[in-house]
Design a protein around this ligand. Structure first.
Ligand code: MG
Length: 467
């Protein structure tokens, strides 16, 4: 029996605003940040977790983490791990904290950080990476671990169980396949709004050479500008001369590319507006970008506007352009309604805006039932490290397919993690295999010491340079 005895919290901020990394039409000045928590026990077992912000306000999330983590102090890990769905319900049910949600905003993100830390601890205690812990669950254990409150009108526990049982027999073969091939990924780092045309062209060529064939570009600040940048990217990704040596254009009739507006080499372009438009504005603006043939427009409008997304999706259908959203969908009920209203073509869960692995599992189950692919959001710090685990769970145990899925990859800040994610020569995520890496989110102590805000060595130095 091992009890949780306490926790540490770190407000860690990286000065990404200096390089334009992470810039889009809405977020013009981001310092990628981590509200980072480590749960401690009587033994040397620990659990690391975090949620992601883009700078100011990270301290507010850290304060909320303290309140949520306090609920776990003194609890037996064995009891918490024995029913992670019940544990999740308990974490959400503080009769006073609930008022500053419920299940949304700062308190929910803080709950995500703590729930993720607990799942990290659980995986470490079983000497498995998190994805492996979950795919080795029986269907009953997996359903029991999910957050089911308020979603039974979309999927019942019995339906979820039947779905998972149907996938049981193929789990082993899928695990072997993905270990060998890796999980499909796409690149966002080439298309940040703050980059020059030259930088976009250079990064796009590098991404093609690295084996990627799905690319995302930020749009929404200026339509003519977006069209020009989109054509630059298209001119590179559609040109066979830039493909890696020895590789041929992909089969345009394959399931992998169906309905994705792929160009002649099989390259797919996605665009992301980060919520800048009203509904009609979104329709008009994206219609004007139809020549660059995007697969989908991501976050065209306010993230809570379910019917607005549905209207945009209907209006763009004639151009073969879909709608994706989810990085700001603050709980499973938003995803439930997006699916029920047929408002989206792609579910983009965020690993720490949702309140941790338990709530993610419930969204994976709903998406599988509605046959909508899950392509997690990972533009940020630590998110790529997290989401490979979630996509592996989706593929191996839940949806059983990765053919049409692509997992976002952003090549920033991985060096701060003890077990960073990595990409293979096919442009796919490698499968995490270290039995001690848990949810892969442990940060180097040296990175925390350097970037902790406001007293880490980097920030103290920055202040001195300003003076
Ligand atoms: Mg986005």
């Amino acid at each position: 029996m091992v009890k949780i005895t306490g926790f540490t919290i770190n407000d860690v901020r990286f000065p990404t605003s200096l390089t334009g990394d992470g810039t889009d039409a809405m977020n013009t000045d981001c310092d990628y940040s981590s509200a980072y928590v480590t749960l401690l026990t009587e033994s040397d077992l620990v659990g690391h977790g975090m949620t992601f912000t883009i700078g100011r306000g990270n301290d507010i999330v850290c304060m909320a983490i303290k309140e949520v983590a306090n609920r776990l102090v003194g609890k037996e890990t064995k009891e918490l791990f024995s029913n992670m769905g019940k544990t999740w319900d308990y974490m959400m049910a503080d009769p006073q904290l609930r008022w500053i949600g419920p299940e949304k905003g700062v308190i929910h993100m803080a709950s995500g950080a703590v729930n993720n830390a607990l799942w990290d601890m659980y995986a470490r205690s079983r000497k498995k990476p998190l994805w492996k812990l979950v795919v080795d669950f029986t269907p009953e254990e997996l359903v029991q671990s999910a957050a089911f409150r308020y979603i039974s009108d979309a999927i019942t526990k019995e339906e979820a169980l039947a779905m998972l049982k149907e996938k049981e027999a193929g789990k082993k073969a899928r695990e072997e396949k993905v270990r060998e091939l890796g999980y499909p990924a796409y690149v966002t780092s080439a298309g940040w709004l703050g980059y020059t045309d030259e930088k976009v062209a250079r990064l796009t060529k590098e991404a093609v050479a690295a084996g990627f064939n799905h690319f995302k570009m930020k749009v929404g600040a200026d339509q003519a500008n977006d069209l020009r940048r989109g054509k630059i990217i298209r001119s590179i990704i559609d040109d066979p001369q830039y493909l890696p040596a020895g590789s041929k254009p992909r089969d345009l009739t394959s399931e992998e590319l169906r309905g994705k507006n792929a160009g002649p080499t099989g390259a797919v372009l996605m665009i992301d507006a980060n919520q800048v438009w009203d509904v009609q504005q979104a329709i008009d603006y994206v219609t004007g970008l139809r020549d660059i043939k995007p697969w989908f427009i991501e976050e065209p409008t306010a993230p809570d506007d379910i019917l607005g997304h549905a209207a945009i999706r209907n209006a763009l259908k004639p151009y073969g352009i879909g709608v994706a959203t989810g990085e700001h969908a603050h709980n499973r009920m938003v995803f439930k309604q997006l699916l029920q209203a047929e408002a989206i073509d792609v579910v983009q869960i965020d690993s720490c805006r949702l309140a941790g692995v338990s709530e993610v599992l419930s969204v994976l189950l709903m998406a599988a039932k509605f046959s909508v692919p899950v392509c997690p959001h990972a533009g940020g710090v630590g998110l790529c490290e997290y989401v490979i685990h979630l996509s592996l769970i989706d593929y191996i145990a839940v949806s059983g397919t990765m053919e049409r899925n692509v997992l976002e990859f952003v090549d920033h800040l991985h060096e701060h993690f003890v077990t960073p994610c990595s990409i293979n020569s096919r442009g796919r995520y490698n499968v995490p295999t270290n039995p001690d890496e848990g949810y892969s989110i442990e940060m180097h102590q040296s990175s925390i010491a350097e970037y902790e805000w406001p007293n880490g060595s980097y920030w103290v130095g920055a202040k001195a340079r300003k003076v």
